[in-house]
Design a protein around this ligand. Structure first.
Ligand SMILES: [Zn+2]
Ligand SMILES: [Zn+2]
Ligand SMILES: [Zn+2]
Length: 269
């Protein structure tokens, strides 16, 4: 399975449009892995997680044929994860998108936003309302939505994705997971875990994870033998507010065997 990290930043991107903080200034100067667009991953070209406002930029930068995507999983409605207006670009009159259907999987708020964005248009989307802990067979994989701890105003989701005999936990946006999610994870076997580390070294871990929460999550997964011994853990979704450049993140996470994602990174599991 090929996992392509299209973007690896939180809401503002890095460097943030208007920001003059030290991290953004250094990111502008150094470029490379310090420049991060809003978070999304693409799996085997056919399964995409989240639809940020940088999707157009991603298609240009990586030469993606977005019409190949069959399943689109949405974690939650925040604008760095769902720019629903751009989904309309696939509708009749805006695109000749062949005969393929794009299946969108989401819960309450993002599903409503998607429905509104497509209202009155002729399109070949199929929208699916997912519910936490209820497995669904999609066109490309078996997914199980899990509860995140992120925004009390909506049901934010994480996803377990099983494809070609491998299982991924796509674990953000979320602070320390809710009890139901930990309970579900017990006795599972994961090959790849993707977590966020939005807030870096701050003490905050309720709606985003900090460094300590990421390390404790890895400890828990190892202790309960949930993450396979040869399994991979990746951190992504970074905010400039954490004040950490790519090399700082590597210095923090490398000793624990955790990979720091960067825009364009590709993993094969
Ligand atoms: Zn986010
Ligand atoms: Zn900044
Ligand atoms: Zn969010």
């Amino acid at each position: 399975m090929k996992i392509h990290f299209l973007g690896t930043a939180a809401f503002e991107g890095i460097p943030s449009l208007f920001c003059q903080c030290a991290t953004c200034r250094q990111a502008r100067e150094r470029g490379g892995s310090n420049v991060r667009s809003r978070t999304s991953v693409l799996i085997d070209e056919v399964l995409k997680i989240d639809f940020p406002p940088d999707t157009f930029y991603h298609s240009l930068r990586y030469g993606l044929d977005m019409d190949r995507v069959q399943d689109l999983l949405i974690t939650h409605s925040h604008s760095d994860h769902l720019y629903a207006e751009d989904l309309a670009i696939r509708a009749e009159g805006y695109a000749e998108s062949g005969n393929s259907t794009l299946h969108v999987y989401a819960h309450d708020v993002p599903l409503r936003m998607t429905t509104l964005a497509l209202q009155g248009l002729t399109h070949n989307y199929e929208l699916h309302r997912v519910r936490p802990f209820e497995a669904i067979q999609t066109q490309t994989s078996t997914i199980v939505p899990l509860l995140a701890s992120h925004d009390p105003l909506e049901t934010c989701l994480l996803y377990s994705i099983e494809k070609d005999g491998k299982t991924i936990l796509y674990g953000h946006d979320s602070g320390w997971f809710p009890d139901e999610t930990w309970t579900w994870l017990k006795n599972k076997k994961l090959d790849l875990v993707v977590l966020e580390c939005t807030v870096g070294r701050s003490n905050h871990r309720t709606n985003h994870m900090n460094v300590d929460a990421v390390l404790e999550t890895k400890e828990w997964l190892m202790k309960h033998q949930v993450l396979n011994p040869e399994g991979t853990m990746v951190v992504t979704h970074f905010s400039h507010n954490a004040g950490l450049l790519h090399e700082d993140l590597i210095e923090i996470f490398e000793p624990y065997g955790i990979q720091v994602a960067y825009d364009g990174m590709t993993l094969h599991i």
